[in-house]
Ligand binder design. Structure first.
Ligand code: SAM
Length: 282
């Protein structure tokens, strides 16, 4: 019986056998702590189908395969294809796709998995250099992906989960919390990886809210939030006035939304921005 891939000894052996060096450019830090990957897989609601971004040498993939009907993993580094075929050979429910996740047709992939397996979640130890674009491309899939469980840089996790008025509360917090219930599950120290990154990490889980806007309304919401946070020190009135280019309309919409013009964007909840957008759209 093999040791789990996410162990110091097995990872070292795999890297040696394939003469592999982690590629920094692809954000490669492999998890070597099985309790971390098992907890992440357990939290991911992966029972039906699960999409993984960046399987690496298969540490999290293996734990997902033990809990899911089907794992579809997208890996960009062609060197890892052979490795994964070997490390995951015992799991018939794993499909590896050699492709940059950001170039794939996510909607089609999700639709197909949902039709076949009844539901799709996402689990990943994300390459940090593309955390935000990957998450926002997943957010764009709406309720087709109900659960997203990802490991990200600790500071980024803090921003996603920050409550109103906290120092880290900003556009990432508002936009994600408007669409999801965001839970910061647990921290992962840099020592849990080979090679160890320069920063600590944390697992964040996103659970899609039942009624959330899509398409144009969502784009308008994101634009409004960005505009209101444009200069953090300015009042919401000043930032919004610049966005709307109309002082009178700014006063009126803030008043109708019940927002004090003297407060700052960081004092507004995701729901208050939604009310404000409704007033602007009339
Ligand atoms: N899941 C493995 C683990 O936890 O040990 C590896 C995680 S490592 C932080 C990130 C992985 O994402 C690497 O295997 C890297 O090659 C892959 N990756 C980087 N950019 C990618 C992209 N655009 N699409 C798919 N995979 C990517």
């Amino acid at each position: 019986m093999n040791k789990p891939i996410a162990s110091v000894a097995r990872t070292r052996e795999i890297l040696k056998t394939y003469d592999l060096r982690a590629r920094k450019g692809y954000g490669q830090n492999f998890l070597v702590d099985v309790s971390v990957v098992a907890r992440c897989a357990e939290a991911a609601h992966a029972e039906q189908a699960v999409i993984e971004i960046g399987p690496g040498i298969g540490a999290l993939t293996e734990q997902l395969a033990l809990r899911s009907a089907h794992v579809r993993a997208y890996e960009v580094d062609e060197r890892l294809l052979l490795v994964l075929r070997d490390t995951l050979q015992d799991y018939t429910n794993v499909e590896i796709i050699l492709q940059d996740f950001l170039t794939c047709d996510i909607a089609a992939s999700v639709r197909e998995l949902k039709e076949t397996y009844g539901g799709v979640s996402v689990a990943a130890n994300l390459p940090y250099y593309i955390t935000t674009p990957v998450l926002f491309s997943l957010f764009a899939q709406g309720r087709d992906i109900e659960w997203i469980t990802v490991m990200v840089q600790k500071e980024v996790a803090d921003r996603f989960a920050a409550p109103v008025n906290a120092p880290d509360y900003g556009t990432l917090s508002v936009e994600s919390q408007y669409l999801y219930e965001v839970e910061r599950l647990f921290n992962v120290p840099r020592t849990a990886f080979n090679p160890a990154p320069k920063v600590d990490s944390a697992i964040v889980r996103f659970h899609r809210r039942p009624e959330t806007p899509q398409d144009e309304e969502l784009t308008d919401y994101f634009d409004l939030v960005k505009a209101c946070f444009k200069q953090r020190r300015k009042t919401i009135y000043n930032n919004l006035k610049e966005y709307l280019q109309d002082a009178q309309q700014t006063e009126q919409v803030l008043q109708r939304a019940g927002i004090d013009p003297g407060q700052r964007a960081q004092e507004c909840s995701p729901g208050q921005f939604a009310v404000l957008l409704k007033e602007i759209r009339g």
